[in-house]
Design a binder for this molecule. Structure first.
Ligand code: ADP
Ligand code: ADP
Length: 228
């Protein structure tokens, strides 16, 4: 479902952040992206949701070449992809309910569908009781759960997360991982960049290590592989 074919990315300042990545991820896989700071993980993730485009090479999601789609088709592409960030990126003036609903309003989903779906995903992340709260009234772990609810509300085929537990204490991090696990059990592909050694070592999923913008390791049921 997700293919990188000899993908390169250099930034305007000349930094070569991704240097010839070839990769295939199947539907329903759960993949951790690990590697030291500055290795190119975020760049790789941004290429995947077309925040940036490759300098060279092709990226295909469900057979669609990301480089070939027009700017106005990007929103449609984003329906296939849910994205979760380290810093949640919730809209501070909107309630939990409104933050999730907003993602469905922008794609002009029917109001009845929106209401049903928002409550469904808030139930999945166990935050129905906080639907009326503002993000500032929630703990970090809860804010990340809202952000995950938002990322899955339009049934994407893949959820991409960049250090989703980076700002969280270990207990909150584990509850976030349980949610990603459940999302993956429902058939959604999950790709996650992380520095969380304990989580990676305990989950025994596919681990792809990136260093210097290249894949240096790709193992099924892999370990984190770096010192904490
Ligand atoms: P990681 O997520 O593994 O820490 P990044 O993808 O953020 O790695 O960074 C890879 C390299 O690209 C680093 O050398 C970083 O400084 C550089 N880089 C990242 N973003 C930009 C940018 N917008 N402009 C220029 N260089 C960047
Ligand atoms: P965690 O266990 O994730 O670290 P916290 O200790 O930060 O959570 O918060 C515990 C509970 O208190 C949560 O249910 C959260 O919604 C609530 N809470 C935290 N900060 C505030 C706040 N500023 N206003 C209202 N409720 C809050």
């Amino acid at each position: 479902m997700l293919d990188f074919k000899n993908v390169w990315k250099s930034y305007k300042n000349g930094v070569m952040a991704v240097n010839g990545i070839d990769l295939h991820i199947n539907k329903g896989e759960f993949v951790y992206i690990v590697g030291p700071s500055g290795a190119g993980k975020s760049t790789f993730i941004k290429l995947m949701y077309r925040e940036i485009v490759p300098t060279k090479g092709e990226i295909l999601i469900d057979g669609v070449n990301l480089a070939k789609i027009k700017q106005r088709q990007v929103p449609k592409l984003r329906r296939k992809i849910g994205v979760v960030f380290q810093d949640y990126k919730l809209l501070p003036k909107l309630t939990v309910y409104e933050n999730v609903a907003f993602a469905l309003e922008v794609i002009e989903e029917h109001p009845k569908v929106i209401k049903k779906r928002v409550m469904e995903v808030l139930d999945l992340v166990k935050l129905k009781h906080k639907a009326r709260s503002l993000p500032t009234e929630l703990s970090g772990g809860e804010q990340q759960r809202v952000s995950i609810a938002r990322s899955i509300c339009n049934n994407p085929s893949v959820v991409i997360a960049d250090e989703p537990t980076g700002n969280l204490d270990p207990d909150s991090a584990w509850s976030i991982m349980e949610i990603f696990d459940r999302i993956n059990d429902n058939g959604t592909t999950v790709v996650m960049a992380t520095h969380n050694r304990d989580i990676v070592n305990n989950m025994k999923r596919r681990v792809i290590a990136i260093e210097g913008g290249m894949i240096v390791r790709d193992e099924q049921r892999g370990d984190y592989g770096y010192e904490a």
